[in-house]
Design a protein around this ligand. Structure first.
Ligand SMILES: [Mn+2]
Length: 246
């Protein structure tokens, strides 16, 4: 049950840990101010992936650059607000930390939820580009249990430095054709979900915010917190896409 008067918040693609120190500190401050609002004003929070630029969960070590955000999320769950984390392609490799240490529910697949009579489908948005067999092949390797185990045997500093570099490369290697294929693939996906009965489809991943009506439904892309600082809210009757400017 939602608390009366409170909103559901959605954001994605903060890519914590992506930037150089100064930019990173400013970005984190912005996100922390936003999370303060969430704490005071939300009935629930949904994070739609790529919260971190690279998250690979080692047994005993969490990189210090993630401390503030983790603490803020823990503050939100401690105050009784459910936090849901649908992982993205940059933070797929989560294990027990989020649910057991800070009370955040993790989803490794897209989910469909019902709130106030609306059927809402939530997906990070990766893997939907047209004819993207390269992605599908890479993703099947990176999500393979043996690969993950082998990677986890690397010393932590080495593992993180390789992972962070690959994460950055991954983002900068998109061509214009890739972008168009991806935007189109995501719109096709949203259209299909809506024709199958969803009212609203929310995704991230593309780093381009979008509020797009499809037939009787709505597709929202959440944008990002690198360039746009955008997030969505649902107050029980309306979905809004908002800019954070504090
Ligand atoms: Mn992504």
């Amino acid at each position: 049950m939602e608390k009366v008067g409170k909103k559901i918040y959605f954001f994605s693609d903060a890519h914590i840990g992506l930037n150089s120190n100064e930019v990173e500190i400013e970005k984190q401050k912005r996100i922390l101010r936003f999370l303060d609002l969430v704490k005071s004003n939300a009935s629930e929070l949904f994070i739609l992936g790529d919260l971190f630029d690279f998250w690979f969960e080692y047994k005993n070590v969490i990189p210090s650059v993630y401390n503030n955000i983790i603490e803020a999320l823990f503050g939100i769950t401690k105050s009784g607000i459910p936090v849901h984390f649908i992982v993205g392609n940059h933070d797929y490799w989560t294990k027990d930390f989020f649910p057991t240490q800070i009370g955040v529910t993790v989803y490794k697949k897209p989910i469909t939820i019902e709130r106030s009579g609306f059927t809402i489908h939530l997906h990070h948005g990766d893997g939907l580009a047209l004819d993207d067999n390269g992605y599908k092949f890479m993703s099947s390797i990176l999500r393979n249990k043996l690969f993950i185990w082998t990677y986890s045997q690397l010393p932590v500093n080495l593992g993180y430095s390789i992972g962070s570099k690959l994460s950055r490369k991954n983002r900068s290697h998109h061509t214009l054709i890739d972008t168009h294929r991806e935007i189109e693939g995501m719109i096709n996906y949203a259209t299909e979900k809506i024709s199958n009965g969803c009212d609203v489809v929310i995704m991230g991943h593309r780093h381009q915010y979008l509020y797009h009506k499809i037939d009787n439904g709505l597709y929202i892309n959440l944008g990002d917190w690198i360039e746009f600082n955008t997030y969505a809210t649902f107050d029980g009757s309306d979905f809004k896409l908002n800019h954070w400017d504090k």
